[in-house]
Design a protein around this ligand. Structure first.
Ligand SMILES: Cc1ncc(COP(=O)(O)O)c(C=O)c1O
Length: 477
């Protein structure tokens, strides 16, 4: 191979990966325009995927990654794939799981972070980013009513934050847990959460090595809230049988129905038995922004730790949770580690010594920018609007003979259709097939319900009317 052949062989893949500034600018401008157009079509089009998956699998199979293709073509292909191949959280007619249409400041943050790609494992490499995340976490923790010395960290989501809570609980329950794991305890360690809680707890017990059966799913009061008497009884029974209770988890905004467990009563029980008290406020926690609504979270300030997902009701882009903790040093008791190759080793500061992740993305800028440019008041308006729209949906359905099984103060309904319209399962299938809106099938207190949650900050009165029509229509269109 001649020298020029070698240099062109080296240069050409490099040019595709690291093109000229001029080329990047052109692509950026083009992408901005194409994404804007795609989002306009999404707002008008089907909420559900319309892609022909057989054809798509054939297209995918043709990517053998041997012959490079032009980036412009690939970007168009990617936008089209997402436009037709996913359920659209950015559709104002998505009344779905707690996945938001992301707010613009968070999207800007992603763009900035993608460009600089800082490594937020260490304060030495990213001092400003680490300090900014710590500031946001402290601000949210204080807004939640935790003391000034509270801390925590950003996580990939609610599941990671919940897992951090269990690990902190186990570590604080027994000084030898860190070295010996579950064997350190005199009996099986167990945790308590309601049967309406998020099922991440089952996986988390497995990951933490205490086994899935360690998750006690406590009875509810018939209205979706943990029954505090059943909780106390379960703890007594376990203690009598030689198990070791370590953690109580209350939900503040249950996944199916937005119900809030009796936070104060759970706090009293945790105190009585000396257990770690975690509140899973992954979605409902955003209500701390609203002066009008935050009262529903009374008792949040008594938690040892709290999960709040910015990628839920704070409308950050996906993969942005928060673990808030009363004692800021608790996570480092779990996650501390010595690594000679790391450029900094500050126990109370360095994210790699305080959280499960090591190399990690700069997540905090998303919430920082949205809080800084909209303020708590802006987030309050977003939440209050969703709650008002939910009340409107409720009235409209009740006028048409529906029942609402839950009485959540938040923005989610567990709706039961009049028998003449068919089973919830049939109606959900019909709505999804029409592509006019997205709702889901859920169980609330053992009953099939249609789960309707307002998640989009720009859902209009017309979108709400379309939802009501789609739910009540016997036809597919
Ligand atoms: C109450 C609750 N906790 C935890 C989670 C898990 O959060 P993530 O999906 O961000 O891991 C969810 C997700 O919906 C949730 O609703």
């Amino acid at each position: 191979m001649s020298r020029s052949e070698i240099s062109s062989a080296i240069a050409s893949p490099g040019a595709a990966l690291f093109p000229s500034q001029e080329f990047r600018r052109q692509i950026d401008d083009r992408l901005t325009l194409e994404l804007e157009r795609a989002q306009e079509r999404v707002a008008r089009g089907s909420v559900t995927p319309t892609i022909d998956m057989e054809a798509f699998r054939r297209e995918l199979a043709a990517f053998d990654f041997l012959v490079p293709r032009p980036l412009t073509e690939l970007l168009d292909w990617s936008v089209e794939m997402l436009e037709h191949g996913v359920t659209h959280l950015t559709s104002p007619r998505y009344f779905g799981l707690f996945n938001p249409s992301p707010c613009f400041p968070a999207q800007c943050a992603d763009r900035i972070v993608g460009s600089f790609n800082p490594q937020v494992a260490s304060s030495a490499t990213s001092p400003a980013a680490v300090a900014l995340e710590a500031h946001v976490i402290r601000s949210v923790a204080q807004r939640a009513g935790l003391p000034a010395q509270a801390g925590g960290h950003f996580t990939s989501g609610g599941s990671e934050a919940n897992c951090a809570a269990l690990l902190c609980a186990l570590t604080s329950a027994h000084p030898q847990f860190a070295t010996e794991g579950a064997r350190a305890f005199s009996g099986a360690p167990v945790l308590y959460t309601s049967k309406e809680s998020h099922r991440s707890w089952v996986k988390i017990a497995h990951q933490a090595g205490i086994g899935r059966s360690a998750t006690r799913l406590v009875a509810t009061d018939g209205r979706g809230r943990m029954a505090s008497r059943a909780l106390a009884e379960a703890i007594e029974t376990d203690r009598a049988n030689g198990c070791v209770p370590v953690l109580i988890v209350a939900s503040a905004g249950s996944t199916n129905a937005g119900m809030i467990d009796p936070l104060e009563e759970c706090a009293d029980i945790a105190k009585r038995y000396g257990l770690w008290y975690h509140i899973d406020a992954a979605w409902g926690g955003a209500a701390i922004a609203s002066e009008r609504l935050r009262g529903v979270l009374r008792g949040l300030e008594r938690a040892d730790s709290v999960t709040v997902d910015a990628h839920k009701w704070f409308a950050a882009t996906m993969g942005c949770g928060m673990f808030l903790v009363r004692d800021a040093t608790a996570p480092s008791a779990v996650f501390h580690v010595a690594a000679s190759y790391m450029p900094s080793h500050e126990l109370s500061v360095d994210p790699y010594m305080n959280s499960a992740q090591w190399s990690r993305r700069f997540l905090g800028l998303r919430l920082f920018l949205s809080l800084a440019c909209a303020g708590w008041a802006g987030h309050a308006a977003h939440i209050e609007r969703a709650v008002e729209q939910t009340a409107w949906i409720r009235r409209s359905l009740e006028e048409r003979g529906w029942q609402i099984a839950n009485d959540s103060p938040l923005a989610v309904l567990s709706a039961v259709p009049p028998p003449a319209l068919g089973e919830p399962r049939t109606i959900v299938a019909r709505v999804l097939a029409s592509g006019r809106a997205w709702v889901s099938l859920a169980k609330f207190e053992e009953r099939d319900v249609i789960r309707i949650c307002v998640t989009h900050g720009e859902t209009s009165a017309e979108d709400l009317a379309t939802l009501i029509e789609a739910l009540n229509s016997q036809s597919l269109s």
